[in-house]
Design a protein around this ligand. Structure first.
Ligand SMILES: *Cc1c(COP(=O)(O)O)cnc(C)c1O
Length: 370
């Protein structure tokens, strides 16, 4: 029998969350299309699994890796596929063109590479403007050079109409309105300085912006975490937002230790029992993707009831408190996160975000789609 740990992926929840994201993006009456952001192996949920589940509903798929984009095409995906960081070297461009991939252009070097090898089939371009995130994107000062490069390639007559894209740094923050407004203002200023761009389609919103600032939805939105049932907000649960959990990480109790007050649990003895305690040992550790820095007290569900972890997380096991769950013991079912226990709660207790928990799910954990 394999180790009793398993990640269940609820494909109907994934579809629900995608359709919900697009519906939200259209609240103000627009016709926004939604890229399903499936970078990082669909946030740990499995790229091809996610793409198949969304195959007949998604307007397009967005990711980072050229090989993954090609794998999607080979799996039969016909929708647009967007490379969020564009191409990395000139030889990528023919591959992009051959597979009809859309590319983000975030720097002048990419435009120069494109001009040097201009393919016969032009690539749909998503020109990324840096409006304050200061990670990727072209600046206001670079716009004249961008326009010159595009004109040298024949402009929109040859290249098609590009889409303008930017990314918000604070859409998930409480009180982020001012930062959003500031980035939008910069975006508008750059657009005004580029007269042809007035008619270009626009893509701005990630999950947080879709949920909190539907006025930013425009032509294309880019939901990621919300597709997987994670809340982008520290102060609002995914459930209260109308999202359903997609990944449930389940395991079982392997053993029980009955310890006296004063006994310690696990490496370093960071947990010291204050009363006689029944300690359940769970078949899940940091080598499965559970965060090692989750402290004692992190929520965990055993036989459908909430309790707390005890002591340090080891590589293959962790401990939890069964003192109030006398009916639970070896073989009892444990949920680390997912249905019945939001990944966001486990993440918050561990000082991180659900994105990181999902992406860290280890390859050794068997996955079943339901
Ligand atoms: C990852 C990513 C997204 C999705 O962000 P979420 O917060 O997961 O919704 C959107 N746009 C870009 C450019 C990204 O890199």
């Amino acid at each position: 029998m394999p180790r009793p740990i398993e990640a269940r992926i609820d494909l109907s929840a994934l579809r629900h969350n995608y359709l919900f994201a697009r519906h939200r993006a259209r609240t103000l009456g627009g016709e926004s299309r939604a890229w399903a952001v499936v970078k990082a192996n669909a946030y740990g949920h499995g790229l091809l699994r996610a793409a198949r589940a969304l195959g007949d509903v998604a307007d397009g798929f967005a990711l980072l890796d050229l090989d993954e984009a090609v794998a999607l095409r080979q799996a039969g995906v016909r929708q647009p596929i967007l490379l969020l960081e564009g191409f990395f070297e000139p030889s990528d461009i023919a591959v992009c063109a051959g597979h009809r991939l859309s590319v983000v252009i975030h720097c002048l070097e990419q435009l120069r590479m494109l001009r040097a090898v201009l393919p016969e089939t032009p690539l749909p371009l998503f020109i990324k403007l840096n409006t304050g995130m200061n990670r990727l994107g072209l600046t206001a000062e670079q716009l004249p050079a961008v326009r010159r490069e595009l004109a040298a390639m024949g402009g929109t007559a040859v290249l098609g109409t590009p889409t303008l894209i930017t990314h918000f740094a604070d859409a998930d923050a409480d009180g982020g309105e001012a930062c959003i407004a500031w980035q939008l203002e910069r975006f508008e200023r750059m657009r005004t300085a580029w007269p042809e761009a007035a008619g270009f389609p626009v893509s701005l919103a990630n999950s947080a912006a879709i949920l909190r600032y539907p006025q930013t939805a425009h032509d294309w939105v880019r939901p990621g975490i919300m597709l997987y049932g994670g809340s982008p907000f520290a102060s609002q649960s995914a459930e209260s937002l109308g999202l359903r959990p997609v990944m449930t990480l389940d395991s079982r109790i392997l053993a029980v230790q009955e310890i006296d007050a004063g006994e310690r649990v696990g490496y370093g003895g960071t947990f010291v029992a204050r009363r006689p305690t029944r300690v359940g040992i769970v078949a899940c550790g940091y080598a499965d993707g559970y965060p090692r820095h989750a402290p004692s007290g992190t929520p965990i569900v055993v036989d459908g009831r909430r309790t707390a972890t005890l002591g340090r997380v080891s590589m293959d096991m962790l401990a939890c408190d069964l003192t109030e769950l006398p009916g639970s013991g070896p073989g009892s079912r444990v949920t680390l996160w997912g249905e019945g226990l939001a990944a966001d709660e486990v993440a918050a207790a561990s000082g991180t975000i659900s994105y990181q928990l999902f992406c860290a799910l280890a390859p050794r954990v068997p996955v079943v789609a339901v």
